[in-house]
Design a protein around this ligand. Structure first.
Ligand SMILES: [Zn+2]
Length: 62
């Protein structure tokens, strides 16, 4: 068993990493827009990028 560490911020889904177009460094990421979009911010420059998470599939009726 692992000791239970205080989980401060559990990310629901695994967010894909993205490198800054200019600095080639991993950008900071956070969920926005009802957790449907990932907002990337470069820690070195002011470059920002917003991408949408996987397309929300319509509920399948059975
Ligand atoms: Zn940058």
């Amino acid at each position: 068993m692992r000791p239970t560490m205080s989980t401060t911020s559990a990310i629901p889904t695994e967010l894909p990493d993205r490198l800054c177009t200019w600095c080639k460094v991993p950008m900071k990421k956070r969920l926005v827009g009802g957790q449907q979009f990932v907002h990337y911010t470069c820690p070195k420059c002011v470059f920002q990028h917003t991408t949408r998470l996987g397309p929300a599939l319509p509920p399948v009726k059975h």
